[in-house]
Design a protein around this ligand. Structure first.
Ligand code: SF4
Ligand code: SF4
Length: 130
């Protein structure tokens, strides 16, 4: 028997693949300027672990917590906050941020840019490579 899924926010890069994979729409990912919120509705969750199996970051852990008893409805949701990396041009939060940051740091020649800034710099014929 599986327990409820939980998100390791140190690994999650807010790609949303878990929400797409969930067969009962128990997961939502919402993006703010600086943070993304992953929310899991444990009342809907059928403990199938598809979210874990489809997470490219290995960020979903199936816990050993099997049931939740509470008088607070909020306890029936798992809420996980992921800090987004910022565009180095306009400082807006980037989706898929940790992954983008990791790739950028590994290659060391790529700037972290949001789509809008990348298009703008390319259209002005400015380089976005360091
Ligand atoms: S990294 Fe994993 S836990 Fe985070 S949003 Fe993507 S699939 Fe979900
Ligand atoms: S365990 Fe299955 S039902 Fe529950 S959140 Fe993950 S994908 Fe959805």
């Amino acid at each position: 028997m599986r327990g409820i899924p939980q998100v390791d926010t140190s690994k999650c890069y807010a790609c949303g693949a878990c929400a797409v994979a969930c067969p009962v729409d128990a997961i939502t990912v919402t993006y703010g300027e600086e943070r993304a919120i992953i929310r899991i509705n444990y009342r809907r969750c059928i403990r199938c672990a598809y979210c874990r199996d489809n997470c490219p970051a290995g960020a979903i852990v199936i816990s050993e917590k099997y049931g939740i008893v509470s008088s607070s409805i909020e306890d029936l949701y798992g809420t996980f906050e992921v800090v987004l990396a910022k565009c180095e041009h306009c400082a807006i939060g980037l989706k898929h941020s940790t992954n983008a940051e990791k790739i950028a740091r590994e290659k060391t020649v790529v700037k972290l840019l949001c789509d809008k800034c990348r298009r703008e710099l390319v259209s002005r014929n400015l380089t976005w490579v360091r």
